[in-house]
Design a protein around this ligand. Structure first.
Ligand SMILES: [Zn+2]
Length: 101
């Protein structure tokens, strides 16, 4: 849901599947045998694309009410739950986004 004016950032990162080695060893690989990592085409590196956070953006005009989310898993309860607030009131309660280490 990026806006036209958002600028995508493309960076190369170490492949998290193989730890940058290009060789994957998981549950199904016998001891002493690795396989070429399919997530990074055994290069050890991957491209990721993201949009930097520059503050909370406004949602489209047809959203007037905001409620709590019951969850994101289809097998459990989904959809809105709990009390509702207007979108205008929602915008007044934006939490600070911080970097954790
Ligand atoms: Zn990899």
């Amino acid at each position: 849901m990026a806006h036209e004016q958002d600028e995508v950032v493309v960076v190369l990162v170490q492949c998290s599947s193989c730890g940058g080695t290009g060789v994957y060893h998981g549950l199904f690989e016998p001891e002493g045998v690795g396989v070429r990592c399919i997530d990074c085409n055994h290069s050890g590196g991957r491209e990721i694309r993201y949009y930097p956070y520059t503050g909370q953006r406004k949602i489209r005009d047809d959203i007037a009410i905001v409620r709590e989310s019951a969850g994101k898993y289809v097998l459990g309860t989904v959809g809105p739950t709990g009390p509702e607030v207007t979108y205008e009131d929602f915008l007044k309660e934006v939490p600070e986004v911080t970097v954790t280490s």
